[in-house]
Design a binder for this molecule. Sequence first.
Ligand code: ADP
Ligand code: MG
Length: 240
Amino acid sequence: MIIVEGLQKKFGDNEVLRDISTTITEKEVVCIIGPSGSGKSTFLRCLNLLEEVTAGVVKIGEVTVTAPKTNIDKLRQNVGMVFQQFNLFPHLTVLENIMLAPKHIKKASKAENEKQALALLDKVGLAAKKDEYPARLSGGQQQRVAIARALAMNPRVMLFDEPTSALDPEMVGEVLQVMKDLAHEGITMVVVTHEMGFAREVADRVIFMDGGYIVEQGSPAAIFDAPQHERTQAFLSKVL
Ligand code: ADP
Ligand code: MG
């Protein structure tokens, strides 16, 4: 589903991603962990061209993301992204937020679009909030709407960048539960997270990044119970 070969990203002289290669298969759930500044967000952003790649190849499905004439709109239809900040449109209701992108990009009929949006809201447990404005929702509810909005394009891959880091602790669980449900449905997911319990329970594979490299990767048991690399051990000793 995703192939990354020799990915490099520089901001000026700062080489943030050094030589990232990995393959993510369909339905796989990959969690990326690592210290702040290690390049996790930049890596996700390179997957859907929110950052220009310096060198290397990224392919998602049939689309070579790094080819010179990639259709960015088409790519973003296939790749849903959820950020730490929910970025809902404040002047649109919950339902309108979810219907916006399909309306403009997929040219779906209004009735069809609304039906899908309501089904997605139901999936994230917020059908009753369809006519509310984002400001009237809790952070956890807003993030669940943001997930539903990303799903509305029927993406082939969902990218999550620390989706619970901006939430009050009591709201983390409801968002992680929605993500667990998606994982069980077989949606291909790449999740940058500090929630080690979630990574252990849900990930098929855990990638530990540090200094712009994939230092180590493996099953949750391999990474959390028997990390091989000294830097992985040092990181985990601080967060577990
Ligand atoms: P992480 O998500 O692991 O905390 P990031 O990918 O956000 O790490 O950042 C990795 C490095 O890239 C940091 O040193 C950060 O300062 C730098 N960086 C990220 N985005 C930019 C940018 N737009 N311009 C310049 N430097 C950036
Ligand atoms: Mg980050």
